[in-house]
Design a protein around this ligand. Structure first.
Ligand code: S3P
Length: 433
């Protein structure tokens, strides 16, 4: 498998357009497939995860009527299958490595008038729990099943659904989205209650598609609907991909980098608050993009960092960036702690142990906790080797560690970065000096 070396650099500078948002791309394809009529998706992310979603929805009856590459994305024209029109003939759905597809799609399928589908994927997806979506769907009247331990393959049979009120036991935008999509097909109202807000891309896009989404405090409600009409989506740059560059420019002294067109929805940008407390230098010029998602240009300069504590309320809006918080901690002078993040153990890898073991092997003073980690910053990292462990974000974390380290880092199995960001290594080469 691929082994890539990342040597120390003298600075990070220039400009970069972040690749399109993965979460929003998944939702655009799924809500597009659920819609009647054509949907134009500008800048659909070209990556392994989102390719799996496009393939799944076309198998389920959506039709791709145009595709034109643009940057790291593709401008697509999709003709939906309709809210109750999923093709019952498509019995096997391969979700690949895409947890978001695995958890959101069943919301649509569970309410279909007919059909039975099996959702399965690669080796790592078979370790990602699906009982978290099966439980609320069953309460709505769905026929769903899964393997022992709450794991995929997951079988979904179309059924008549009724609305429920569901309090999320774990903060999860995937579970919230799944229940809301099923709610569109259910009799009556469906309400999801969340203690801490998770990303709200589904709510924003559903409104654009004509659904009446009511939010009040931590409650999100939808009602059963006859049809969904998403007509266009402009996918902004992915904050979670841009975050790697925000961190690179922060920890490599002398850096200054501009990131263009990044989605800055506050349910995603917890890293910025954490970085600010640590002494980071990040400025944003924000505007509202087409489709209701906030978009911004971000200017980052290198900064000397101190410690901070990150607790439960900040976890959902920083969930995919917590490995980067650990890396920032290694380059800080002071102590960084993260708690309330046990969900990290259920990501593409057990991200508490892969991050802790990976960074420790590079010279970090980091300790594992059941729900997070503590790191004593020493202002830098020696270097060495790190295995991506089948996790795209770990592969990219290793690359950053390398360019800011004293001796460089070899990332084993680096290829997996293509799950969310196939152009990552090229983009990085373009901004390092
Ligand atoms: C996602 C939600 C988060 C996140 C994942 C994408 C989404 O997962 O970690 O990368 O697109 O809804 P959870 O819903 O499990 O928190």
């Amino acid at each position: 498998m691929s082994e890539v070396r990342f040597d120390p650099v003298s600075r990070v500078s220039g400009e970069l357009v972040a690749p399109p948002d993965k979460s929003i791309s998944h939702r655009a394809a799924i809500l597009g497939a659920m819609s009647d009529g054509p949907v134009r998706i500008r800048g659909y992310l070209r990556a392994a995860d989102t390719a799996a979603t496009l393939e799944a929805v076309t198998e389920l009856g959506a039709r791709l009527s145009g595709a034109q590459p643009r940057g790291a994305g593709t401008d697509l024209e999709l003709v939906g299958a309709g809210l109750r029109g999923a093709d019952p003939g498509a019995d096997e759905i391969d979700v690949g490595n895409a947890g978001t597809l695995l958890r959101i799609l069943p919301g649509w399928l569970a309410g279909q008038p007919r059909g039975t589908w099996t959702l399965d994927g690669d080796e790592t997806i078979r370790r990602r729990p699906v009982d978290r979506v099966a439980h609320p769907l069953r309460r709505m009247g769905a026929n769903v099943d899964f393997r022992e331990g709450g794991l995929p393959p997951m079988v979904v049979e179309g059924a008549d659904l009724h609305g429920i009120e569901y309090e999320l036991p774990v903060a999860s935008a995937q579970v919230k989205s799944c229940v809301l999509l099923a709610g569109l097909l259910a009799d009556g109202d469906t309400t999801v209650v969340e203690q801490i807000p998770s990303r709200d891309h589904t709510e924003i896009m559903l409104r654009a598609a004509g659904a009446d989404v009511r939010t009040e405090g931590g409650r999100v409600s939808v009602s059963g609907l006859r049809r969904l009409e998403l007509s266009e989506v402009d996918v902004p740059g992915d904050f979670s991909s841009a975050a790697f560059f925000i961190v690179a420019a922060t920890i490599v002294p002398g850096s200054e980098l501009t990131l263009r067109g990044v989605g800055v929805n506050p349910t995603r940008t917890g890293l910025l608050g954490i970085l600010e407390r640590m002494g980071g230098d990040v400025q944003i010029t924000e505007r509202v993009g087409a489709g209701g998602e906030p978009v911004g240009d971000i200017v980052v300069r290198a900064a000397a960092l101190g410690g901070t504590d990150v607790a439960a309320p900040e976890i959902p809006c920083t969930i995919d960036e917590l490995p980067l918080v650990a890396l920032l901690g290694a380059f800080a002078e002071g102590r960084v702690s993260v708690h309330g993040a046990e969900e990290l153990r259920r990501k593409e890898s057990d991200r508490i142990s892969t991050v802790v073991n990976g960074l420790r092997a590079l010279g970090a003073r980091i300790e594992e906790a059941p729900d997070g980690f503590m790191i004593e910053g020493t202002g830098g990292l020696a270097g060495g080797a790190i295995d991506a462990a089948g996790d795209h974000r770990l592969a990219m974390l290793g690359a950053l560690a390398g360019l800011a380290s004293r001796e460089g880092v070899t990332v084993e199995n680096f290829d997996v970065a293509g799950v969310s960001y196939p152009g990552f290594a090229d983009d990085l080469r373009g901004v390092v000096r």
